[in-house]
Write a protein that binds this ligand. Structure first.
Ligand SMILES: [Zn+2]
Length: 133
């Protein structure tokens, strides 16, 4: 299963045949066939190992620590992903982001607040749901 991660709003969403955008509209993508996906904006592609996910779902405990499954960040250059955006060039800060502060500290150079929105935001929001901050 392929998903995209938006480094700006930290939205993670499953890719579908129909193009979808993240909460802030800066990342988007869709499947072009059963195996290949097209992504754009700042989207970073993620993969869930399906077998491992199903095993974890089946083994979901009643309490305690949840069951782990395998997820991975798909390589910048991958046969199954056509990246028409800039997600492959994004620099992540490293230890600062890992320590917490995911929203504010994830991107190198503090990217975020002032960045331009893309057409995807408008495409996704045909109406009302404004987001502040
Ligand atoms: Zn976003």
């Amino acid at each position: 299963m392929k998903l995209i991660f938006c480094p700006y709003c930290q939205d993670v969403l499953k890719l579908l045949a129909e193009r979808r955008a993240c909460e802030c509209g800066r990342s988007w993508g869709n499947y072009v066939d059963k195996r290949r996906a097209s992504i754009g904006g700042s989207a970073v592609p993620l993969g869930f190992d399906n077998e491992s996910l199903v095993s974890a779902l089946e083994a979901r405990p009643q309490e305690g620590s949840g069951q782990r499954f395998e997820a991975f960040v798909i390589a910048v250059s991958a046969e199954s992903i056509e990246d028409v955006g800039s997600g492959g060039g994004i620099q992540f800060r490293g230890p600062v982001a890992r320590a917490g502060e995911l929203v504010a500290g994830l991107l190198a150079g503090g990217g975020g607040a002032g960045d331009k929105r893309t057409g995807a935001a408008a495409m996704r929001r045909s109406g009302s749901r404004g987001r502040k901050g």
